[in-house]
Design a protein around this ligand. Structure first.
Ligand SMILES: [Zn+2]
Length: 97
């Protein structure tokens, strides 16, 4: 899969004999046409790609729609390690020195 899923919370609602299962998940979705920080992964020197971190409403663990953009992050295309978006300014800062 091209994204991480972290279970945030899940609720059960009794509905007769059935249980309605809904909740939220945090998904990382890749941002299109975004500049990639090439060979910038601190761990493996892989390419870093920009991802949006969004909260998704889920029904029976299936993401239905996003309702809140939480943050952005970079993720390595090799080792899949995620980094805070502030890592870009770290690189820019180091290049000035
Ligand atoms: Zn990496």
């Amino acid at each position: 899969m091209g994204y991480f899923i972290n279970l945030s919370w899940v609720r059960f609602i009794p509905n007769g004999k059935r249980m309605i299962l809904f909740g939220t998940k945090t998904r990382h979705t890749k941002v299109k046409d975004e500049v990639i920080l090439s060979n910038s992964c601190p761990k493996c020197q892989g390419n870093l790609e920009l991802y949006d971190v969004k909260e998704w409403f889920t029904l029976y663990f299936i993401p239905i729609f996003p309702f809140n953009k939480v943050d952005s992050c970079y993720k390595c295309d090799k080792c899949k390690q995620a980094y805070m978006k502030e890592i870009k300014s770290m690189f820019v800062g180091s290049q000035k020195n």
